[in-house]
Each structure stands twice: as structure tokens, then as C-alpha cells.
Ligand binder design. Structure first.
Ligand code: EPZ
Length: 422
């Protein structure tokens, strides 16, 4: 199991390119199931979850021209000519919850889907009840047994529905299913994350009729079939936010090429509250300055609020900020697992329910640490960059799921980080 070894205390300087968004590419790969023609995705992130989704689609007999190219030219071509069996098996779903995104497209295209329930994960129970209720509203018959969901529908029919709570992949799943439903669907209380209008842009290029994606009310008028299309994935706003924090926590100076500042308003504004200046430049986003940074409270909210996927990274920065900050996690019920590992490095954090009280600055010293999810792992790399001495972050595979070649990118910016295979 790979680990990362980091010698902290070095400023990061230079330029790096932000890759395509994992959380846009995953639903967009699943969207290929909606047509028998070829869908080409460009600016594809080369991360483990993308490989997992490719394997899942191949399992359904989708032709996957293996992801090729690097950076902007990284692309994949997918063709779901005939879907042999509309199933997402447990051994694949358990490694990537986003496999549930096959559910809506499969039942819309073939009338049947059998998808393993993802089960919980480190950050929470993460049920998919809202996905299933929405598909039932579209006329699907849903049965859950032996850990699987079976969905059947001769033809989905459009409906109005209000999500009980905002769900990103729930909105994506139902938007894809409704694209082939008979009649009009209106999704109220829909998620507004930038990945959703990006998915809608692909679906519209495939012939879907969708209005309002990116707002909390999305209207989809079903069409009999969809065609192939080519689409370029938006840049990864969470990867960009992570590297902004990397620049701030090391007192460095970074230029993030291809980052889209319009997707990062809440993060940039929060960093500005701390005194971290993020400037738009022709080449991208620049973060720089030696601090000291001021502590500022943050509460995670659905987009356009401060993203839950940036909470762990922001906590690492707050351990080095002057003053006390209160971080409130409102999206997931157990997303402070990184705090105890940071405390082992010297951070002063007190957890009270869904709030973490961080007192800074406290000098961090390198330690052996372990993380349980993608963003927690990234936050421990950030803490390691700021710590004095050597930090070893175990279970590097968590990071590989969502960050493209993170050790190569950080090394190119002056970090002393290496991957230890083991
Ligand atoms: C997406 O997960 C992202 N993953 C997550 O990113 C992100 O943290 C999350 O949205 C919130 O922004 C992908 O896009 C692949 P939700 P998702 O449904 O869709 C509850 C990362 O690090 N809920 O918006 O699974 C749920 O338990 C990952 O890249 C239900 O109760 O999140 C949570 O508390 C981590 N029932 C809240 O809603 C449901 O049916 C928001 O979940 C669905 C969700």
C-alpha cells in the first residue's frame, strides 16, 4: 500500500495546471449509457476513480477506448452500442460510490438496472434514498434486496419533484434519466454545483432538452433518443482550492493554470478573510504571500457556499492561522477524521458535534498519519508540507482517487515529497 513521505518547511513556487474535474467527468462518463453512439470526453483527469468508472462501463459491454493523452489532450471515447447486462456489481461499487450514477442512465436506456448499494463510507452513511424516490417519481419500480437496487421501467415518464435535501449525484442521476423520459420533468431543490451545468451541457450536445441546470429548478423535456457528442470537462475546483491552500500554508507563490475562479468564489473569499490574496491573472489564479494568516470561521454549505470538499484542507491552514476558528460541517455527519491526525502533528483542535474549534498558530511536527477519505488525505499532505520534519501519509490510494500525480506536481513546485511503494 503506497505512502507519501514529505519533508516539510519548504515554500512552494511555480506554475501548475489544474486538470479536469473528477466529479464532472464521472457523471459524464455514465451519460454515455444513454446513447448507442460514441461520446468523447476531453480534459479528462487521469485519476483512479476515472479508471474505476471505465472498468464499470466495460463490465456493461461499453466500448472504452482507453483514456489516452495528458492534460488538456487527455481524452476517452465511450460507446454503449449494446449494453449486455445493466449491472454495477458490489466489488466495483464498493471502491467508488459514484458507480450509482449508472442507475438513472441504465433504467432510462434499457428499462432495467441492478446496482449494488454503495454502503456507507468514512465520512457518513451516504444513503441513496433520494435517488430512488426520484426515480420512482419517474415511474421506475424500485426493489432493494441482498444489497442491490433493482430498477425497472418500460418507459420513464416525466414528473415534478422536490428533493427533500440537496444531493449532487441525486440531481445528476435523475437529470440523466429524465432526458429520455416521456414528457416533462421539473426538479426543485436541485443541486447547483458547477458539475451539474457541465453535465447538462454534454446532455444537450447529445440532443437532450434541459433548462435551468445550475439553478435550484431544472426543467427537462424528454426526447426519444440521444446521439453521440464530444465534450471538454470543466477544471477541478476542489483540486484548485487544494493547491491554493498549499501555496498559502507554505508561504509560497503559485500560479494555477486552467483554474476557473468563477467556481471558487466562496473559497477565494474565505481565503481573503484570512489575508490570503488570490489574484486572477491572464494565465490563471495566483496565490502568494508569507502570512501570517488570520483565523476565520467557515461553515460548509451546498454550492455556491463554502464546499464540504474543502473543509479538511482549510482546517490544515487554520492550524497555522493566528487566532481561533470554528469550522462547521453541515453536509456530512462524520467529516472531521483528519482532525485527530493533525492533533498528532501538534494541532490544537477540539471537536464539538459538527463543529471543530481550531486554535492557531501551532507549530506542526512531522509524524506518521493515516486518512480515511480523499480530502482528509489531501489535508494531511498539506499539513505535512507545513510541518517541521518528516510526515508519512499512509493509504496514498485515497489521494490517487482524486488528485492527478500529486507528488509529481508538488515536487515540481519545490516540495520534498516522494511516493513509497509498499
Ligand atoms: C458529491 O457526493 C461529491 N461526489 C462529493 O465529493 C461531495 O462531497 C458531495 O457531492 C457534496 O458536495 C461526486 O460528485 C462523485 P450528496 P454525493 O448526495 O452526491 C445526503 C469528493 O471528495 N444524502 O450531495 O454523494 C448525504 O448523506 C466527494 O470528491 C441523502 O441523505 O453527495 C449527504 O449528507 C466526497 N440521501 C448530503 O445528502 C441521498 O439519497 C449531500 O450528499 C443522497 C444524499
Amino acid at each position: 500500500m503506497d505512502k507519501f513521505r514529505i519533508e516539510g518547511g519548504r515554500r512552494l513556487e511555480g506554475t501548475l495546471r489544474i486538470c479536469g474535474a473528477k466529479n464532472a467527468a464521472l457523471p459524464e462518463m455514465a451519460a454515455c449509457l444513454l446513447t448507442g453512439e460514441t461520446v468523447e470526453l476531453r480534459n479528462l483527469p487521469r485519476v483512479r476513480d476515472i479508471e474505476t468508472m471505465a472498468r464499470l462501463l466495460e463490465h456493461m459491454n461499453v466500448e472504452v477506448a482507453r483514456p489516452e493523452g495528458e492534460g488538456e489532450s487527455a481524452r476517452v471515447r465511450l460507446r454503449a452500442g449494446t449494453i449486455s447486462h445493466a449491472e454495477a456489481p458490489y466489488d466495483l461499487v464498493k471502491t467508488m460510490r459514484a458507480s450509482v450514477l449508472a442507475l438513472g442512465p441504465l433504467v432510462a436506456r434499457t428499462g432495467y438496472a441492478r446496482v449494488s448499494m454503495p454502503g456507507g463510507c468514512a465520512i457518513g452513511a451516504r444513503p441513496i434514498d433520494l435517488h430512488l424516490k426520484a426515480l420512482e417519481r419517474l415511474g421506475a419500480e424500485i426493489a432493494t434486496e441482498h444489497g442491490y437496487v433493482e430498477a425497472r421501467a418500460k418507459r420513464l415518464r416525466g414528473a415534478r419533484m422536490v428533493f427533500d435535501r440537496i444531493t449532487v449525484t441525486g440531481t445528476e442521476n435523475v437529470m440523466m434519466a429524465a432526458a429520455l423520459a416521456d414528457g416533462e420533468t421539473v426538479l426543485e431543490n436541485a443541486a447547483r454545483e458547477p458539475e451539474i451545468p457541465d453535465l447538462a451541457r454534454l446532455l444537450v450536445a447529445m440532443g437532450a432538452r434541459i433548462e435551468g441546470a445550475g439553478t435550484s429548478s431544472i426543467r427537462i423535456t424528454g426526447v426519444p433518443s440521444l446521439r453521440g457528442a464530444a465534450h471538454s470537462v470543466i477544471p477541478d475546483r476542489i483540486a484548485a482550492g487544494t493547491y491554493l491552500v498549499a501555496g498559502a500554508i507554505t508561504g509560497g507563490n503559485l500560479l494555477l493554470e486552467a483554474a476557473d475562479p468563477n467556481h471558487l468564489d466562496a473559497v477565494i473569499q474565505k481565503l481573503a478573510e484570512c489575508g490570503v490574496e488570490v489574484r486572477r491573472e491572464p494565465g490563471g489564479l495566483r496565490v502568494g504571500g508569507a502570512g501570517p494568516w488570520k483565523a476565520a470561521d467557515a461553515a460548509t454549505e451546498e454550492y455556491p457556499g463554502f464546499p464540504t470538499d474543502m473543509q479538511a484542507q482549510y482546517m490544515a491552514l487554520m492550524t497555522q492561522a493566528q487566532g481561533t476558528s470554528i469550522l462547521t460541517e453541515t453536509i456530512f455527519e462524520n467529516r472531521f477524521l483528519h482532525a485527530s491526525e493533525m492533533m498528532r502533528m501538534g494541532a490544537d483542535i477540539t471537536i464539538r458535534g459538527n463543529q471543530a474549534v481550531v486554535r492557531g498558530p501551532t507549530p506542526l511536527t512531522g509524524a506518521g498519519v493515516i486518512a480515511s477519505d480523499l480530502r482528509a488525505s489531501a489535508s494531511l499532505v498539506l499539513a505535512g508540507l507545513a510541518a517541521q520534519g518528516t510526515t508519512v501519509v499512509d493509504r496514498a490510494y485515497h489521494i490517487d482517487r482524486g488528485y492527478e500525480k500529486i507528488e509529481e506536481k508538488l515536487r515540481a513546485l519545490g516540495a520534498r515529497i516522494e511516493r513509497i511503494s509498499g
